[in-house]
Design a protein around this ligand. Structure first.
Ligand code: SF4
Length: 510
């Protein structure tokens, strides 16, 4: 297989920041001449159960927020060690938050790892791999602070029709359960011009949806002295031609200001959805979490958003069983959930994260109590989400078709994607639909909601001969040409076409 290109695979274990960082890592690898292993079937078919995907370089992008993160990482690395023994030249790299935290400790426990890099120096990955290969020993490099803003690195986007753009990294808050400030440092804001250039570049490549990303988007601008910078950025995104959907994550309730709600309401391509972490409905617990808003302020923001954007779908994050949480505190959370009518909630059972202040707090809540409260919260939230989704039956939705959101689509003859308010929708295709009329990922489909479940909507109006409209988009075209290129690479790797890695194929008569 020596004539085949060197391949890589990335496993992302973590949050959206990590997913975005993985795109950067993929971009860097491709710039250095590596090819995604999925594009070289002869290598991909060597994949084992260790999660190596058959690649020559396996990169684990780790997270330290998940429970048992380090046990899982070393479990994964143990499995990869036996693959590496059988695969000459294979390399393993570890990046992400856990790498930033454990540093050289990773190679001490897993000496077969070739490269370790932190969250501040993604750009060194290809160089570390090269150095490790040359010196035949592990290369570890962790930076204490950011050298290159991650968004200035090359990127390989996961999707042709939607992309993330970092507006800031790090966080100036000090929530006591969170490791982010420790690992990712103080907030650093990108200049608006730079952000908008990146958004524009994405749109030029075919994207029609962009999500602005920061740990705390509402404090964007503090770094360069403009407290309204975020609302201005939203309005500026509204001016970008061809950009149909703008989303952002995550705002912090303490820093949420009226100008942002107004910008959301007045900018047509800013979508009517809001993800705003509550964490707890008890003011006493919010204080212990060192989150500086109170439940009244949180509910006030929700009321105001609904006043200006009546159809907004609001989602949240909630932690159950933070140290010291009493039944009364938990009840306060249930009350806020009941009032807020979230369309979805990401719920977490508290478990101590080493390195965070809350891990050392007394009064840790016993696991069985946490579980019992968690189940009550899930039951309440599921009921609310189902009621809210059922109330959508009969409404028209416009769905941006996704390549990956509907696992059962092939069996159910549907396509899946997100409505404007970010709800997941499964849409039935008309029975007699030609291949040419079939919506592609990136295209938009209009249909009527026929059923609401706690976590998704079904829009099967086509089956009754009612509304089903496909709007082909530039994003659908971009997806189609990306797929065509992939098929070409595959054919080359299988020897059906002359190899042309990185070079356009010359077709006689073209
Ligand atoms: S706002 Fe709090 S939870 Fe969010 S990243 Fe900052 S410290 Fe962590």
């Amino acid at each position: 297989m020596s004539e085949l290109p060197r391949t890589y695979a990335i496993r992302t274990l973590g949050c959206q920041m990590n997913v975005h960082d993985s795109e950067r890592l993929a971009g860097l690898m491709q710039e250095a001449g590596y090819v995604p292993v999925a594009d070289v079937p002869a290598k991909a078919e060597r994949a084992t159960e260790a999660g190596d995907q058959g690649a020559d370089v396996v990169i684990l992008n780790t997270c330290s927020v998940r429970e048992n993160a380090s046990n899982r990482l070393f479990g994964n690395l143990g499995q990869l060690a036996s693959v590496k023994r059988e695969r000459p030249g294979m390399q393993i790299a570890v990046g992400g938050c856990l790498a930033q935290q454990m540093r050289g400790g990773i190679v001490e426990r897993a000496p077969w790892v070739d490269a370790v890099l932190g969250t501040h120096n993604l750009d060194v990955l290809p160089a570390l791999l090269e150095r490790a290969r040359h010196n035949n020993e592990a290369a570890v490099e962790i930076e204490e602070s950011l050298k290159v803003f991650p968004s200035t690195l090359p990127t390989k986007r996961e999707s042709a029709y939607a992309g993330w753009v970092s507006i800031s990294v790090g966080c100036n808050n000090t929530c006591t359960f969170c490791i982010v400030p420790h690992l990712r440092g103080k907030e650093r804001d990108r200049r608006p011009g730079e952000v908008l250039n990146e958004v524009q570049a994405l749109v030029s490549e075919g994207a029609i949806e962009v999500t602005l990303l920061g740990q705390n988007v509402n404090s964007y601008g503090v770094g360069f002295g403009d407290r309204q910078a975020f609302s201005k950025l939203l309005r500026a995104c509204g001016q970008i031609e061809g950009l149909e959907r703008v989303r952002f994550t995550s705002p912090h309730p303490a820093a949420f200001t009226e100008d942002v709600i107004e910008a959301m309401a007045e900018t047509p391509n800013v979508m009517p959805s809001l993800h705003m972490p509550l964490q707890s409905g008890s003011d006493r617990i919010l204080r212990a979490m060192r989150r500086s808003y109170r439940s009244k302020k949180f509910l006030g923001i929700i009321d105001r958003v609904r006043e200006l954007i009546p159809d907004a779908a609001i989602t949240t994050d909630i932690i159950v069983g933070f140290p010291g949480e009493t039944e009364e505190d938990f009840q306060a959370t249930l009350d806020v959930v009941e009032r807020s009518r979230f369309s979805d909630a990401f719920t977490f059972m508290y478990s101590p994260r080493p390195g965070t202040p809350a891990a050392d707090m007394e009064e840790q809540v016993p696991t069985d109590v946490v579980k019992e409260r968690y189940n009550r919260l899930i039951a309440l939230q599921s009921r609310i989400a189902e009621e809210e989704n059922t109330a959508r039956v009969g409404r028209e939705v416009e769905v941006l078709v996704s390549a990956s959101e509907g696992r059962k689509d092939a069996q159910t003859h549907r396509v899946s994607g997100r409505a404007a308010d970010n709800r997941l929708v499964h849409v039935a295709l008309p029975e007699e639909l030609s291949e040419a009329d079939r919506p592609r990922p990136g295209d938009m489909v209009r249909a009527t909601v026929t059923h609401g479940a706690p976590h998704h909507l079904v829009a099967d109006s086509a089956l009754a001969g009612e509304l089903f409209e496909v709007r082909q988009t530039r994003a659908g075209d971009a997806w189609a040409s990306h797929e065509a290129r992939k098929a070409e690479l595959q054919a080359e790797a299988e020897g059906k076409l002359p190899v042309s890695i990185g070079l356009p194929t010359l077709r006689v008569g073209a």
